[in-house]
Structure formats: structure tokens, C-alpha cells
Design a protein around this ligand. Sequence first.
Ligand SMILES: Nc1ncnc2c1ncn2[C@@H]1O[C@H](COP(=O)(O)OP(=O)(O)O)[C@@H](O)[C@H]1O
Ligand SMILES: [Mg+2]
Length: 229
Amino acid sequence: MVERVETGIHGLDDIIEGGFPKTSVTLVSGGPGTGKTLFCSQFLWHGLQIGENSLFITMEEQVDDILEDADEFGWDFQRYIDEGSFKIEYINPFRVDTGFEDNIRRKIEDIDADRIVIDSTSVIGMYADSKGKIRRRLYELINMLKKNDVTCIMTAESPKDKEGITRYGIEEFVTDGLIVLEGFGIGGEMGRKLIVHKMRKTDFKEDIYPLEFTSEGLKVEEPDKGINI
Ligand SMILES: Nc1ncnc2c1ncn2[C@@H]1O[C@H](COP(=O)(O)OP(=O)(O)O)[C@@H](O)[C@H]1O
Ligand SMILES: [Mg+2]
């Protein structure tokens, strides 16, 4: 039996056999504003609610912005920061060099993390001069995470102007799972959908699910309900 880690995204566990496989790395990709960062916060918040220590590595957004956005859903991360079970840190993408994995490993050890988020991996490639280097960096990162027994979500930005799930076309191959968030326009507002493309060790439904923002965070709806897609 594969041990499962509840995602905390309402409705998602039902379509992936109960949650992410323990110590797996799942890539959540999507265009800007599709809910990737919120997905990450929700995953970690849920972990804290069930007694799991959580680490948020942000490489794009500032810490205060993430905490403020989470506050809107009533997720008071500060309490857990004070308690020592949650840590959120900004890593400057210019510093993604050879010390990168070690830096993250130390933070994992510091709080004995059970779950971790790296938001976003797209910036890793901005300062590496070849695809080979990006791939090696990601492999080393993922190996380190697995050795340290953490369950991970990484995010990646999908390019708007070109084909493909991620900017470099690498991340989706090195991770165990791939969830794509898509935005589509209805009037001035963005509707969203969620598709599970890959999840190792797991049976999953390949339907296109409407993804809603609720007062409790993201919710995966039944494929035949809600907005037309
Ligand atoms: N309660 C809400 N209802 C609807 N949309 C929201 C709500 N909270 C945030 N958003 C929208 O969600 C998006 C932010 O999601 P975010 O997780 O930061 O996306 P990403 O990380 O993919 O860029 C923004 O477009 C914001 O306007
Ligand atoms: Mg984001």
C-alpha cells in the first residue's frame, strides 16, 4: 500500500486515490493567476492542521504577500511560525547555484518538515545557461527531497505565448506527478480548471475538473457541474 498525504485541496484527494504518494514530488503548472501559489498555501495549511510540519520556499512572491493572501482564507500561518512548525523563506533566484540544495536541506532539517513547497521552479532556469544544467539542478533537488522524506509540490509557469506545459519542458518529466491549472476567460473574470496529467503509483481520473475559489480555498468540482468548459 502506498502511504498517502492528504492534499487539503477540496475534492482533489477523491480523484487521486486519497492524496499524493508520500515523498512524491508533484508539479503544479499553469499560467499567471491560475491559483498555483494558493494551491501551495492550502497544501501546507492542511498539513499544519493535521500536525505536519511545513516549509514554504518562495522564489517569486514576497513572504508578506503570500501570508496576506492566505489571511483572506483565514489561514493564520503566523501562529505556526511562532510555534516552530512552519517556516516560509524567500530564496533569491540569483543565488540558485551549487549551494541551493544544501540551503533547502538545512531548512527542512531545521523544522523537521513533512511537506514542502517550492514556488516557482521557473526562475531556476532563468540563471542557468543550458537545459542540461536546469535538468541537473532539478534532479539534484528532487533526490535531496526524497532522501529527506518530505512530500513536495513545485510550481512552474506555463508560457502564454508558446506551446508546452512549462517554460523549459523539463520539470514535468523529472517530477512524479503533474497537475495542470488552466485559466479561461468568461467575461472579465477568469474561470479555472484542473487536470491531473500524471501521478506515479496512483490511479487517477483524467477528466477536466472545474476549479473554484471558495471561502475555504480551492475546490475541485465534479466534471459535469458548474461552469461549462
Ligand atoms: N477569493 C478569491 N476569489 C476569486 N479569485 C481570487 C480569490 N483570491 C485570489 N484570487 C485570484 O487568484 C489569483 C491569484 O492566484 P495565485 O495562487 O497567486 O496564482 P498564481 O500563483 O498561479 O499566479 C489572482 O488572479 C487573484 O485575483
Ligand atoms: Mg504564484
